[in-house]
Design a binder for this molecule. Sequence first.
Ligand code: ARG
Ligand code: ZN
Length: 870
Amino acid sequence: TPVLRQEYRPPAWWVDHVELEFDLDATETRVTSRMSVRRNPEVDAEPLTLSGAGLETKRVEIDGEPAKFDERGADETLVVEGVPERAEVTTEVVVHPERNTALEGLYKSGAMLLTQCEAEGFRKITWFPDRPDVMATYRVRLAGDRERFPVLLSNGNCMETGELDDGRHFAVWNDPFPKPSYLFAIVAGELSELADTFTTRSGREVALKFYSEPENIGQLDHAMESLKKSMAWDEERFGLEYDLDVFHVVATHDFNMGAMENKSLNIFNARYVLADRETATDADYEAIESVIAHEYFHNWTGNRVTCRDWFQLTLKEGLTVFRDQEFTADMRSPGVKRIQDVSDLMARQFPEDAGPMAHPVRPERYVEINNFYTATVYEKGAQVVRMYETLLGRDGFRRGMDLYFERHDGQAVTCDDFRRAMADANDADLEQFERWYRQVGTPTVEASTRYDESAGELVLELAQRLPEHPDNRNIGALMIPVKVGFLDTDNRPLPVTLSGESEAGPETRLLVLTDEKAEYRFRDLPADALPSLLRDYSAPVKLDYDWSSRDLARLAGFDSDPFSRWRAMRRLSERVLGDLIEGRDEHDAELLIEAWAAVLDGSGEDPALAAELLSLPSVGELAQDRDPVDIEAIHAARVELLGLLGRRLENALRERFDTLAPTGEWSSEGPDAARRRLRNVALGLLASGGCDDAAEWASKHYDGADNMTDRLAAFRTLVHHELEGAQDALADFEQRFADDQLVMDKWFAVQATRSDERAVDDVRRLMDHAAFRLNNPNKVRSLIGAFAMMNPVAFHRADGAGYKLVGEVLDKLDDINPQVGARLATSFNRWRAYDDKRSAMMKEQLQKLAAKKGLSPDIEEIVTAALKDR
Ligand code: ARG
Ligand code: ZN
């Protein structure tokens, strides 16, 4: 039964403080909890009800006396009778970290014990009102074997350490900031440490400590630098300083997600921490910088001000993603970052919006909250936050943030509270804006232009529409910021002046569409002015406007807005690909080739932007808007067009490959990374074009690489194009990096994503590889996830072998790690859009899962939604 947003009720009991004692052991850990509870006088009296899952309860006491309690296994609660208005409630439980393969609660990774509590993992550690609006201070005593667990960490400050009998020792930690249970964490193990310091603007010296397994200690420097940049940036941009004397980051290889913002004890998937030149790509370097920033930024947006309930998840995630996007834009290239974020939204979030699990950024209901850590809540949520900034301006947004913290520091609040702070700080009316939190699916803005001869005005008409969805029935019109500009025939920007205005307007003008339809009249524009609409992707909508192919090529080449250039190029290539897919002889490939040639020609200025422009939509993206989907035809069209581009641009590509060769010292920074990026794009295109010496070039590039970016790009080119030398490279890569788990993930992923039906057999074989483990989420994602989500050609193999493989893996994952399994299960979401045979085979896999005894709620929720009648 789902939980409903509208049914939120405040807790009947508060917990002001909790003392936890851990007697650590991998097979059996004893947890004692002493909670200072207080009845909430504002709601009707109710017995104290605690959440717990898989706990072996040893004792329950009220103020030191044995208590009467009722443990209800089915709904995972413990009801304690007869608790006075204020009391100390003690529980003692035993948990089994080693048996915990779901990686939620307390579990074991390598030799280390650690926790993951968000969203509802704390209840797997001890009995507690495990909901984010119950905020307590924590004092934690960790005790364990000194040899096995020399490092003992928890949130806050270390108060005391000491020796115990039998080779054991202990540490006591105290976190002075009240926090919800999902931010609790401990880590215990044999870890090496990299230490540094950061002095805040107001003079607090913060000890920064990064922990990893001893063999990876040399790979922490980039993450440390990233943290220092993040801390400085948040002070500069938002006036937000760190608030404790220590900040810890721990890297683990076994982690369900990217990372976790536990108060002062961030825990990271190793892939978002560890980096050096030989093992991490430029993209890894950038991802690490951004995830480090993201988790650090949560200290204010998430921790100091937290969520009242899990429906508000986007309050902290959408906002924090927006903040990390702005950080990366400032550290690197704003235009390129914007393109990447929008392109990622379109590739990952649009399908969610169009699929069976479609939900608003603030969901209305859920069965398993872990299934709602989605691109919608995170990425679309960030676009919603960005719209506040677009509407209110950067200073106005900052005023809203300041008021938000002034009002809500130390509280658990809602998306409405955030919106009110934004409105009140700017004296703005944002009532209508609330609809963005309720609407489901991607809205469409339809645009059309005409020239009114008699008035001498160019007229732009905008109309908005929401997708068909029961939850959209009573929404009404959204408040949609639309940035527009116009180009003259020489592709120069024109001032955008509304009719009736006396002064010439700006080059980019913000229009705010608040009605179903609106008409905007501009004066002093030529009749043939070329509109550039939704610049900067000013709202998360689909834009419907009928540009000619020639105009798209003009925008791609000359618009001042990088996002608009990218989108124009995208549309042009989608159009050509569409024609090829449908088998039409007439198409605009020549225009596209010209446009690409122009980009290559001018690519010296901004090679990273050029690399973004010189890309085609993936097979998966091209499949999005088609029904029925013909994967083979899409793939064939793409191969054909890439081949054509590679051949026709061969000389320019060769020239680029040469001129972009590295000059000075290697660095992971923007300009250097940008050169490598375009150079590797050129190599890939040369291979696509079937150029004679592509194999030789790729092998040379592989062997000569002095960094992972180049080596991996060459490796991928060799393997994906089955060039001569591919087998040698596979063997060499495997042997070179056999001991590096993270690099082996790349080795698996490259093979899993080869666009060839035989990849199914490769994946099956690789599942038996010594480095593969089904109980390691990174391995599952890099081999099975990459296969199911990023290799449509093989996944949709006509004989169903791809579906069968994923179905088998899901059956096993359901027992091992439902959270990771549920993500993988979404690969069947669009089963209805395929031909009858494939559709039936996918449905069969879903039905098999649905019929499984003891299927996890995680996977059940996904499978049920996918199978539901429409
Ligand atoms: N709050 C974390 C982050 O975005 C993600 C935690 C996800 N946990 C989960 N159980 N889904 O930084
Ligand atoms: Zn987050």
